[in-house]
Design a protein around this ligand. Structure first.
Ligand code: ATP
Ligand code: MG
Length: 425
């Protein structure tokens, strides 16, 4: 019997709206996450790791049925036990659930930070994906405007440390307390009803249930009407005005610039008082890099005790796009055996240097010439040639393309670690 002819195998393609992040983009992504980690430690936010999926009710109840996320963007499915689960479309609802179910009340006010992938069934385009990633920071159990201020100062510092704060503006609004928001809502319904026929289908559907969302619409048909809609300021209670005043004076005192955006609302139902976005025009249509606000009612909605809270989330891909090319500033050393029989020795030397904290580049094939070319293209500008031991004073040779201070310093450290007498000087 002869073997059947092998059939060509079709490679499954990646899922639409997902990304395989590689090269400079991946370096920029990592740089954003590392910078966030450094900044959140400066503000003493505790790191948490959260599940990627939750019971669907965690999101449907807290975000609100009429939001874009719940009505059309969630990845929900039944698991084998027949339970409806959803891949997290955001962090806040899961953190609020954990606050209740894990007894985090004892830590309130609790400052937490996390980051990771999120999932939304959206129309993929530049800066908008179906799996994307966020940085997230929340203060749970603090009703004071100083908490809002601290989160905004932290966001501002993050953008500055990433070197992208130029051209990024903090747009700030208040949605008032429950009573202010209800009065505004009623006025918006009355106003938009008069223009209902000219609004987009989505906005018509939202009109009675969630008119604030019409202000957030990206449909050009809605724009002319959103501009003239009633503004929150007419409806703010004295208390809500005082709260907003405390936030803005806190920002002024900390030297954080902000712009009032009276029509800014956030997509999700649970916001109260402070709402904000950091926006830029350098990313085309997807110009919001960071958004958040106060969500005093959320934890009650999930069955917990009344717990005021405030937080923000930032899109890592969008921040990474602004950061652009991240330079590999730390010099690395290419370890190059001069002949095949020196591979073992070369790998032992690389291990010794790495244990001493020296970043080493290694490869596993090819002659030294080809290796050095590849090493340079991978960003290693100094090379350590590993030679045979016949002549101890010529066991190693170190070369550098550049004579920057960093390269010279690296060479000195390497020679001190391996022993200067082993270099043919
Ligand atoms: P948008 O109005 O752009 O849809 P949103 O209000 O839905 O944004 P949030 O839920 O506030 O966004 O998420 C916070 C941040 O996460 C956004 O400002 C953005 O930087 C990022 N983000 C949101 N959705 C996506 C996505 N699908 N792809 C990439 N980044 C996203
Ligand atoms: Mg959205």
């Amino acid at each position: 019997m002869t073997d059947p002819k092998p059939q060509p195998i079709a490679t499954p393609q990646a899922i639409r709206g997902t990304q395989d992040i590689f090269g400079a983009d991946a370096e920029a992504f990592a740089h954003v996450v590392e910078t966030f980690e450094r900044v959140r430690k400066l503000y003493r936010f505790r790191r948490v790791e959260m599940p990627v999926f939750e019971k669907t009710a965690v999101f449907s109840r807290s975000l609100g049925e009429t939001t874009d996320v719940v009505s059309k963007e969630m990845y929900s499915f039944e698991d084998r036990g027949g339970e409806s689960l959803t891949l997290r479309p955001e962090f806040t609802a899961g953190l609020a659930r954990a606050f209740i179910t894990d007894g985090w009340q004892q830590h309130a006010p609790l400052k937490v930070a996390t980051h990771g992938p999120l999932f939304r069934y959206e129309r993929p385009q530049k800066g908008r994906y179906r799996q994307f990633h966020q940085l997230d920071a929340e203060i749970i159990g603090a009703g004071e405007p100083q908490a809002d201020v601290e989160l905004l100062v932290m966001a501002d510092q993050l953008l500055k440390e990433l070197g992208i704060s130029d051209g990024v503006t903090l747009m700030l609004n208040t949605l008032g307390d429950g009573a202010s928001r209800d009065a505004w809502r009623t006025a918006l319904v009355r106003y938009f009803r008069d223009h209902a026929a000219s609004l987009s289908e989505d906005s018509q559907a939202r009109l009675e249930k969630n008119p604030l969302r019409i202000l957030d619409s990206k449909d050009p048909r809605d724009k002319p009407f959103t501009a003239d809609a009633p503004m929150i300021d007419e409806f703010l209670s004295g208390e809500a005005q005082d709260f907003f005043g405390a936030v803005t004076s806190g920002l002024d005192a900390a030297g954080v610039a902000w712009t009032r955006a009276p029509a800014l609302v956030r997509g999700l139902d649970y916001y109260r008082h402070t709402a904000f976005e950091f926006v830029t025009d350098r990313l085309g249509a997807q110009g919001t890099v960071l958004g958040g606000g106060r969500y005093d009612g959320l934890i009650e909605t999930l069955g917990g005790p009344h717990t005021p809270a405030v937080g923000w989330a930032a899109g890592i891909e969008r921040l990474a796009m602004l950061v652009g090319e991240v330079e590999q500033i730390e010099p690395a050393l290419a370890i190059l055996p001069e002949s095949d029989d020196l591979e073992l020795k070369a790998s032992a030397v690389a291990a010794q240097l790495r244990r001493a904290g020296i970043p080493c580049w290694t490869a596993f094939r090819q002659n030294p010439k080809k290796r050095i070319t590849k090493a340079r293209s991978d960003g290693a500008f100094s090379a350590l040639y590993v030679r045979s031991e016949e002549n101890r004073s010529q066991e190693f040779k170190i070369t550098s393309v550049s004579t920057t201070d960093e390269e010279v310093e690296l060479a000195k450290r390497v020679m001190a670690i391996l022993g200067e007498d082993r270099f043919g000087l």
